[in-house]
Design a protein around this ligand. Structure first.
Ligand SMILES: Nc1ncnc2c1ncn2[C@@H]1O[C@H](COP(=O)(O)OP(=O)(O)OP(=O)(O)O)[C@@H](O)[C@H]1O
Length: 228
């Protein structure tokens, strides 16, 4: 589904050039789950930003369903129609309720009120957050905030969910609940997941683990959990 091929990214600070991704290849199939692990500064977020079109590589290509994504218009369409995003700090809009946060992407896409309502209600029930639909983010627990942000990210039924340290602010019990939820949703909706994490424990919730080491994708293996 997504193919990253021979990708190089370099940043220039003053007179110094730092090559942050070096000849990176990665294939993400439909419904795949891939964890990107590696120490701080190794290039994980840069890789995610390349996959989502926020950073243009200086060499190499990104293809989605066989088509190269190159122009800003193609990237915008890909992000709007095919991709969803969740983050460590949720990034919910603080003045909106859970319901309104989840509804917003559909409003932006111009969907009518009745259809929006049906979709939001269904997802509120599926993610077990119907009882907090009138709560604003300050009135939610961390786990509830991440559930709301997952609902907002998948309300338009994307093919791929990008997750940047999605359990980085949660205790270990809530972390396991969110990982189980992501796995369930992935299977139910045949959605791919690309997850950045510092934690090997979190990474093992994915089918595959790739390791960034100074901009080089050094390892690719099946997750311990899935393999056994
Ligand atoms: N916009 C930028 N301009 C210059 N350098 C950058 C930029 N973005 C990232 N870098 C550098 O690229 C390298 C890789 O950064 P990146 O954020 O991809 O690492 P990471 O593995 O995601 O780190 P962390 O786990 O701490 O988030 C770092 O040395 C960083 O300083």
């Amino acid at each position: 589904m997504i193919d990253i091929s021979k990708v190089y990214v370099a940043f220039t600070l003053g007179k110094q050039e730092e090559v942050v991704l070096k000849n990176v290849h990665l294939h993400i199939g439909q419904g795949d789950s891939v964890a990107v692990v590696g120490r701080s500064g190794s290039g994980k977020s840069t890789l995610l930003n390349v996959m989502a079109g926020f950073i243009e590589p200086c060499k190499g290509s990104v293809h989605f369903l066989g088509n190269e994504l190159k122009k800003e218009k193609q990237w915008t369409a890909f992000r709007q129609e095919n991709a969803g995003f969740i983050f460590q700090h949720y990034e919910l809009i603080s003045s909106l309720t859970a319901y309104e946060n989840i509804e917003l992407p559909l409003k932006i896409r111009g969907m009518d009120r009745k259809e929006r309502h049906e979709k939001v209600e269904r997802l509120l029930n599926e993610l077990d957050i119907a009882h907090i639909q009138t709560h604003k983010p300050t009135e939610m627990s961390g786990g509830q905030k991440q559930r709301v942000s997952i609902a907002r990210a998948i309300i338009h039924e994307p093919d791929i969910l990008f997750a940047d340290e999605p359990t980085g602010s949660l205790d270990s019990e809530t972390e396991q609940q969110i990982l189980a939820l992501l796995k369930e949703l992935r299977h139910a909706k045949n959605m791919a997941l690309v997850m950045i994490t510092h934690s090997d424990r979190v990474a093992s919730a994915c089918d595959r683990i790739v390791r960034m080491n100074d901009g080089v994708l050094t390892q690719e293996r099946r997750s311990h959990y899935e393999a056994t």
